[in-house]
Write a protein that binds this ligand. Structure first.
Ligand code: AMP
Length: 113
């Protein structure tokens, strides 16, 4: 499997890990768009949100609970932050292993570009 995020989760290529457990790994984005930019991924290779199945609901919830803890650790709970999960070409998904972006530390605009 030639997936860069699977390789990060397996420790085969380096990344700045900020969380790791049996189901979920989180690491700093290599090209951050804000002072905090963390990617939270399942260890399981799932290409897009379109591929999720009901049995994976627990893992999807876990991604958000890890995001909440990391936002707290980054001092963002009260300031606010954004969680983004891009799906498919028009959303700009570039890596086809689902990942939740945790972005914060600056004021953000809405709607996103
Ligand atoms: P997306 O457009 O939602 O697919 O986002 C992919 C994200 O992965 C981008 O923000 C990239 O900067 C990030 N990224 C790609 N390769 C790496 C890597 N090796 N380590 C950390 N982040 C990466």
């Amino acid at each position: 499997m030639d997936c860069i995020f699977c390789k990060i989760a397996a420790g085969q290529i380096p990344a700045k890990l900020v969380h790791e457990d049996a189901e979920v790994v989180a690491f700093r984005d290599i090209n951050p768009v804000a002072p905090t930019h963390i990617l939270i991924i399942p260890r399981e290779h799932i290409e897009t949100v379109n591929d999720l199945e009901p049995g994976q609901a627990g893992m999807v919830g876990k991604l958000h609970l890890v995001a909440r803890e990391l936002a707290r650790a980054e001092g963002l709970s009260e300031r606010g932050y954004r969680l983004i999960l891009n799906c498919g070409p028009e959303a700009g998904q570039a890596v086809f292993h689902i990942h939740l972006h945790l972005i914060g530390g600056r004021k953000m605009a809405w709607p996103p570009g």
